[in-house]
Write a protein that binds this ligand. Structure first.
Ligand SMILES: Cc1ncc(COP(=O)(O)O)c(C=O)c1O
Length: 395
């Protein structure tokens, strides 16, 4: 399917305000998402928050089906959460890990996840083990299989890291997790919205993601997938009266679906926005989105490769729509500021967001740009020209 670029651009109000190349931070929302949020807020203002939720209950219930469709999951396997980290933590801190339990993670692991491992290592005595990378810089599946010769309590990895184009072999990890019967928690925060995601193919038990990045939803909403067979076996870290109705004075009953990971109170307007974002992406088609976003990133990479003194830091043989680089003798934040003056939004990625990877590869603070399918080739070329103009100022 080919994307109707002019229609997509006309439906993206943010494009009128400059060049936005930061879908890995928070992408530009399409108008349907903004409308879904503001319509619900307006309704809350008009008739009251509880009444608005009741009136819109069919649409709001439909968000579970929308997210399920996006992931190839069932609606009862989805919980809607405030963000990816909240989703991830509800599972990770809920797992009954004890002293000596091995948790296998990856070199490109996200900081929020890794500090949680460190906390449970200090508190509960879990052992963190990092799966080595292959020569391309992606998870080495043979090395992982060798590590699985000894019992492991959890495999928990990041599919696409925050700091570059690497796409870890998440489905290959899933095959090994199944083969060795090890629970598998996948951070898909940067993958969802830029490529097809199919939980059956991934073989994961739990998957966390956010709305605001490549999915083009609002900030402040994310979701959790939990494989149906794992729901009854997994206690949320924190429960409330929605997750666990109080059925007798001395007893509660955890819900039987994934919503046992949720709370009672929620941002219904953001849920409406998330649903609109998912339906919009699915209508365009995830393969088409991937082709175009990854193609634009490749155009940027090949433009950057033309110039001496620009170092691309993206690892892996397969590279996604996040491009990270540095320029010899240039301060990354100064380039980001210069680009802003040119009307281009890019950012930096600091070592502390992926510290294991940064130390292993001796990575500096890098410049990070992430085009999405709504960007044009011209905008990529504008960024390349802006970088060259900035370098001129240094001479
Ligand atoms: C790889 C990865 N995982 C998790 C997160 C956390 O997402 P959230 O901020 O929605 O909790 C991010 C955010 O940048 C990320 O890049």
């Amino acid at each position: 399917m080919v994307i109707d670029l002019s229609a997509v651009q006309a439906q993206t109000p943010g494009l009128q305000h400059g060049t936005h190349l930061l879908a890995c931070g928070a992408a530009l929302m399409p108008r349907v998402v903004v409308d879904a949020i503001t319509d619900h807020i307006q309704l809350e203002a008009q008739i009251g928050g509880y009444e608005a939720a009741a009136q819109q209950s069919e649409m709001l219930d439909g968000v579970y089906s929308d997210v399920a469709r996006l992931l190839g999951a069932k609606p009862q396997e989805i919980a809607l959460m405030e963000n990816a980290t909240a989703a991830w933590c509800q599972v990770f801190y809920g797992l009954k890990l004890k002293a000596g339990d091995r948790v296998l993670t990856c070199q490109a692991e996200y900081a929020a996840n890794y500090v949680a491992y460190l906390q449970r290592a200090a508190r509960d005595g879990i052992i963190i083990e990092v799966i080595p990378n292959d020569d391309s810089g992606a998870i080495d599946l043979a090395a992982l299989e060798a590590m699985l010769a000894e019992p492991a309590a959890l495999i928990s990895i990041t599919w696409i890291p925050t700091n570059g184009g690497l796409v870890n072999p998440a489905a290959g990890v899933g095959l090994l997790a199944r083969k060795y019967g090890v629970p598998y928690l996948l951070d898909a925060c940067q993958a969802v919205g830029q490529m097809p995601v199919d939980v059956a193919e991934l073989g994961c038990d739990y998957l966390s993601a956010t709305g605001r990045k490549f999915l083009r939803g609002p900030r402040g909403i994310g979701f959790l997938y939990i494989r149906e067979e794992m729901i009854a076996k997994t206690e949320p870290a924190v429960i409330d009266l929605f997750a666990a109705p109080w059925v007798e004075t001395s007893r509660y009953e955890l819900r039987a679906d994934a919503r046992r990971f949720e709370n009672w109170e929620n941002a219904y307007a953001l849920r409406a926005g998330l649903g609109a974002a998912v339906r919009y992406a699915l209508e365009i088609g995830m393969e088409a989105i991937q082709d175009r976003a990854w193609g634009l990133a490749e155009r940027l990479r090949s433009g950057l490769r033309q110039h001496d003194g620009i170092i691309l830091h993206d690892a892996g043989n397969t590279q996604c729509a996040i491009v990270s680089f540095s320029i010899t003798d240039a301060e990354p934040n100064a380039l980001v500021a210069y680009a802003k003056e040119c009307g281009i939004s890019i950012a930096t990625s600091t070592p502390s967001s992926t510290l294991l990877d940064a130390e292993a590869r001796n990575l500096p603070t890098m410049v990070r740009a992430a085009p999405h399918y709504y960007n044009s080739e011209k905008e990529i070329d504008q960024l390349l020209a802006c970088i060259q103009a900035y370098r001129q100022t240094l001479r």
